[in-house]
Design a binder for this molecule. Structure first.
Ligand code: FES
Length: 165
C-alpha cells in the first residue's frame, strides 16, 4: 500500500466543521487524524490559520499528546502492553515474538504500511494480561501461537471493530 494522496478538499470540510467552536484544536486534529491516519505536517499552517493560532501552538499540541502522529502509520496499529501486570505474565517475550514476526522494532511501520508496532504503559485491561490491542480491538491471555494467529488475521484486508477477544 502506498501513502494516501493528500485530499485538501477533505481538510477544508473538517476545518469548516470546527472553525466556529471556541477551543476546537484538539477535536479538529482528532478528526484529521481519523480521516488521514496521521497529521500531515503541511496541514499545520492551514489549521493554525483557521483557528487564529500560531503554527507553533498547533505543533506544540501535536507533540504534547502521544495520540497524535505526524508520520503515516500502518493500517493496523499494534499496541503491545509493557505494564506491570502484563510484565509479570510474560509481556516481554510476547513483544519479542511480535517484533520477530513482523520484523519491526518499537515505533516502526512496515514498508507496506500494513503494521505499526507501539508499546504502551497499560491498556487498562490488566485482567487480560499479557495483553495487546490491534487498532481498537483488545486481545488478552496472549501466547506466541495466539499472537501468530492474530497477526495472520490482520495481514489480510479487514476493517477493525471494537471488542474484546
Ligand atoms: S498492565 Fe497490561 S493492561 Fe494493564
Amino acid at each position: 500500500m502506498t501513502q494516501k494522496e493528500i485530499d485538501w478538499g477533505r481538510l477544508d470540510e473538517i476545518i469548516k466543521r470546527h472553525r466556529d467552536e471556541n477551543w476546537a484544536l484538539i477535536p479538529l486534529l482528532q478528526d484529521i487524524q481519523e480521516e488521514f491516519g496521521y497529521l500531515p505536517p503541511e496541514f499545520i499552517e492551514p489549521v493554525a490559520e483557521a483557528l487564529k493560532l500560531f503554527p507553533s501552538e498547533v505543533q506544540g499540541v501535536i507533540t504534547f499528546y502521544a495520540g497524535f502522529s505526524l508520520e503515516p502509520k500502518g493500517r493496523n496499529v499494534i499496541k503491545s502492553c509493557r505494564g506491570t501486570a502484563c510484565h509479570v505474565k510474560g509481556s516481554r517475550s510476547i513483544l519479542r515474538f511480535i517484533k520477530k514476526e513482523l520484523n519491526l522494532e518499537e515505533g516502526e511501520t512496515s514498508p507496506d504500511y500494513q503494521f505499526t508496532l507501539e508499546t504502551v504503559a497499560c491498556l487498562g485491561a490488566c485482567f487480560l494480561a499479557p495483553a495487546m490491542m490491534v487498532n481498537r480491538t483488545y486481545f488478552g491471555k496472549l501466547s506466541p501461537p495466539k499472537v501468530k494467529s492474530i497477526l495472520a488475521q490482520y495481514s489480510r484486508p479487514k476493517t477493525g471493530e471494537s471488542e474484546i477477544k
